[in-house]
Ligand binder design. Structure first.
Ligand SMILES: C[S@@+](CC[C@H](N)C(=O)[O-])C[C@H]1O[C@@H](n2cnc3c(N)ncnc32)[C@H](O)[C@@H]1O
Length: 205
C-alpha cells in the first residue's frame, strides 16, 4: 500500500491492530457504511455530509483516484469519513471483525466485458461470502451498474448463494432511486442516456 496522505480522512491501518476496531477509528459506536471502489469519492463525501449520525468508510485500489478523493474531502467537516487505499478483496478477507457494516455500496463496478477477464468481476461468490461475514445480519448491499450483462451476471451469482436476498420486485432492479447521489460514472452514463440498474439485497446469514 502506498502512503499518499496523512490527513485524518486517510485511514492508515498501520496505526491500528488488525482486525480494525472501527469504533476506535471513528471515535464513536455509530453505524458504519462501506463503499467499495469509490473512484473519485464524490458519492461517499456527499453521503457523509448528509448523515453526520453515521460513519462512512470507502475503499479504492487505484492510487490516482484515492488522491483525488482525498483532495475532494479536504473540507469534510463531520469527521465521519475515512478513505482506505486498498484492494477490497484483501480487506474484506483480512481487515475487519465480523458483523460490522450495516450498509455496503458497490457503485458501477468495473464491468470486465471480455470473457477471459470475467474472473476479475468483484461480484463473485467468494467476495460476497467475505462481505456477508463482515456485514451485519439484515445489513443491506446495494449495487448500481449501467451494464445489463453485469446485472444478469450478478443475478446468476446471487442465485447460487443463500445468504443474500433480493429486495426489489421482479425483475429485481430499479432504474431510479430518488435522493441517491449520482457518482461520477453515473453522471457520465446518464448524460449518454444509458439505463441505470440498482439492485438491493439483505444479508440473511
Ligand atoms: C468503474 S469505476 C466506478 C467508480 C465510482 N464508484 C463511480 O461510480 O464513479 C470502478 C472503481 O472500482 C475500483 N476497484 C476495482 N476493483 C477494486 C478492488 N478490488 N478494491 C477496491 N477498489 C476497486 C476501481 O479502481 C474504480 O475506481
Amino acid at each position: 500500500m502506498t502512503k499518499v496522505n496523512s490527513s485524518r480522512t486517510a485511514l492508515d491501518i498501520s496505526e491500528y491492530y488488525i482486525p480494525l476496531d472501527l469504533a476506535e477509528v471513528f471515535g464513536n459506536e455509530n453505524e458504519i457504511v462501506l463503499e467499495i471502489g469509490f473512484g473519485d469519492g464524490d458519492f461517499l463525501i456527499e453521503m457523509a455530509g448528509r448523515h453526520p449520525e453515521k460513519n462512512f468508510l470507502g475503499m479504492e485500489i487505484k492510487t490516482k483516484r484515492f488522491k483525488i478523493a482525498m483532495k475532494a474531502a479536504q473540507n469534510e467537516k463531520n469527521g465521519n469519513l475515512r478513505f482506505l487505499h486498498m484492494n477490497a478483496n484483501i480487506a474484506a478477507e483480512e481487515l475487519f471483525f465480523e458483523d460490522v457494516f450495516s450498509l455496503v455500496y458497490i457503485n458501477f463496478p468495473d464491468p470486465w466485458p471480455k470473457d477471459r477477464h470475467r474472473k476479475h468481476r468483484i461480484v463473485n461468490s467468494e467476495f460476497l461470502g467475505a462481505l456477508s461475514k463482515i456485514m451485519k445480519k439484515d445489513g443491506v448491499l446495494e449495487i448500481a451498474s449501467d451494464d445489463k450483462d453485469y446485472i444478469s451476471h450478478s443475478f446468476d451469482v446471487f442465485k447460487n448463494i443463500s445468504f443474500f436476498k433480493s429486495q426489489y420486485p421482479h425483475p429485481g432492479y430499479l432504474h431510479n432511486l430518488p435522493n441517491r447521489p449520482h457518482t461520477k460514472y453515473e453522471k457520465g452514463f446518464r448524460k449518454e442516456g444509458r439505463e441505470i440498474f440498482y439492485l438491493m439485497f439483505t444479508n440473511n446469514k
